[in-house]
Design a protein. Structure first.
Length: 120
């Protein structure tokens, strides 16, 4: 089976202790509506019930389920850090958001596990 590589956004935003880097907070580098709209188009690639609690405000940030656009994977809880804490995100990811060129067929193949996924 062909291996399809996906970039894990957590590699950019989490410390070694799995906390969101505080240096990224309140450093929004995107249009809020545009990025939320983009993330909502992602395909769900895992089904788990665990949720993440936000280390900054204590709210439940969302589930730890992963979503993908075919290039990146991100957890559901990322939206909380975007909407409530204006987290800074990798510029190469923001470029994808601006392009808004999602391959729905590729997402479907990933969601249906027709491709072997490698996270990096
Ligand atoms: Zn929070």
């Amino acid at each position: 089976m062909k291996v399809h590589k996906l970039n894990n956004i957590l590699n950019y935003i989490l410390t070694d202790d799995e906390l969101v880097k505080s240096s990224l907070i309140e450093r929004q580098n995107y249009n809020l509506d545009q990025i939320i709209n983009y993330l909502d188009k992602g395909g769900k690639v895992s089904t788990v019930s665990s949720k993440r609690q936000c280390e900054f405000c204590g709210k439940i940030a969302g589930s730890i389920n992963y979503y993908t656009d075919g290039n990146w994977v991100w957890p559901e809880w990322l939206k909380h850090y975007i909407s409530d804490h204006a987290i800074n995100l990798p510029n190469i990811f923001i470029e994808k958001v601006k392009e808004d060129n999602i391959d729905e067929n590729l997402i479907r193949r990933i969601v249906n596990q027709e491709l072997e996924i490698e996270l990096s």
